[in-house]
Design a protein around this ligand. Sequence first.
Ligand code: CP
Ligand code: NVA
Length: 302
Amino acid sequence: MDSLLSICDIKEDISYIIDLASEIKAGKKEEKPLEGKTLAMIFQKSSTRTRVSFDVGMYQLGGRAIFLSSNDLQMGRGEPISDTAKVLSRFVDGIMIRAIEHDDVIELAKYSDVPVISGLTNLEHPCQALADVLTIKEHFGSFDDKKICFVGDGNNVCNSLLLIAPLLGMDMSVACPKGYEPNENTVKIALEFAKENNTEITISDDINVALDNVDIVYTDVWVSMGDEAEAAQREIDLKPYQVNKELMDLANDDAIFMHCLPAIRGKEVTSDVIDGPQSVVYDEAENRLHAQKAVLYYYLKD
Ligand code: CP
Ligand code: NVA
């Protein structure tokens, strides 16, 4: 069964899904295409945007969603992921999961007879990346000649952006301290995508290098869910990569600021940037709903 665990899983269809999201957002698709369909939503970590946008999205498409905290599932008491996948497949039409370990999502998808959609793992956040590129397209009109720079911790959000940017023809740079680089295997795949699409990927600990000719400045928290034990060291190491007015001034004059949220003002970004005129973070958050409705339509519609 086809599943969305990584941006690589929709490599050929990203533009189609973005266009579908725009059509759904504009009210151009049929009403209630997922009538009678049910989505199970398993959460091993906290969520505001992912949980609410998938739930509202299913409702607006005519279906329904069931929220399942992993603490309440038998899976949380040791039931095998394989049995959970096989049993849920008998009840629902799709499974959305926010998991701690990416390998657990791979395992769930292996044994599931219905599509599995990742709502974030330690490795990737593909639905976030789809909402992000929808926001970029809406703002600039196209991806032509655009360059995105991810500043800070080379985390799950950074990994998915590294994969999606070259597939849409965008250049991408990452500005991160040594030891905080994005996943090595993801970078390898992203470089292959960049070669195929004639785009550039740069990873540097020098913000002046990474911020050169940048249209989109993106950052995320320094301490992702699960990294709490390293919080103090991370704040020291990542402080020079705070997105403040001075850093924004290194990007192009008409550059926009993006953040997947939740954000911590005064840490990875200052208030004058995230609450300032260059910020598009609330459009980006709203687009989680539209992009995911496209994903649900793509995977769950008969
Ligand atoms: N951006 C994002 O995934 O937000 P939540 O953690 O609130 O779902
Ligand atoms: N990198 C963050 C993203 C939260 C949406 C985390 O994994 O906690």
